[in-house]
Design a protein around this ligand. Structure first.
Ligand code: IMP
Ligand code: MG
Length: 184
């Protein structure tokens, strides 16, 4: 890391280079698994924007389409409840499609669990998940996630699409927030 960290970031968990090389591996696996098939990437707004942009551009696969969904999980503060509301639905019809959900992070897993059963009910030919980050110690449901970037400790992280109060999404790395940010 060339420049000093912003004051609000306590430490860097994953560097830009670590993220990029992991996405390279994930893309190679996805390319191999979907060879000869059309693929629809479904990004979950807003957190997955960076993963979607970088992962999709590392795919050699040429018949890839992109669509977006925005959901909101009812709950207090940073805790997810599993009760999900669709803020923006997909444009695409999923009937007969090979769908890959692209996610930033799996925390409790409740949002993703709901999303998977919602999308599966729309008649996809296949449904899998690619998530950049997972917090195994926070997970409350069993989820079958095919492509995982990094397992991380159960701490609140920001950057690379992840926010705290809509800030820090544009940091190129994943870092933990300094305590003074929460205390204010
Ligand atoms: P889950 O339903 O608990 O798995 O929460 C999923 C969503 O909560 C993620 O897609 C993120 O948008 C958000 N989230 C969970 N953990 C973090 C974090 O550490 N930092 C920022 N956002 C998070
Ligand atoms: Mg998300």
């Amino acid at each position: 890391m060339g420049s000093a960290l912003p004051n609000d970031i306590d430490h860097v968990l994953l560097t830009e280079e670590q993220i990029s090389s992991k996405l390279e591996e994930m893309a190679a696996q996805i390319d191999a698994d979907y060879a000869g098939k059309d693929l629809l990437l479904v990004g979950v707004l807003k957190g997955a924007v960076m993963v979607m942009a970088d992962l999709s551009r590392k795919l050699q696969h040429t018949t890839v389409a992109m669509d977006w969904m925005a959901v909101s999980s009812y709950g207090s503060g940073t805790k997810s409840s599993g009760v999900v509301r669709i803020l923006k639905d997909l444009d695409a019809d999923l009937e007969g499609r090979h769908v890959l959900i692209v996610e930033d992070i799996i925390d409790s897993g409740l949002t993703l669990s709901w999303l998977m059963s919602n999308l599966r009910s729309r008649g996809c030919a296949s449904l899998e998940v690619a998530a950049m980050l997972r917090k195994p110690d926070a997970m409350k449901v069993e989820l079958d996630v095919k492509y995982i970037g990094y397992d991380i400790p159960n701490e609140f992280v920001v950057g690379y699409g992840l926010d705290y109060a809509e800030k820090y999404r544009t940091l190129p790395y994943v870092g933990t927030l300094a305590p003074h940010v929460y205390e204010n």
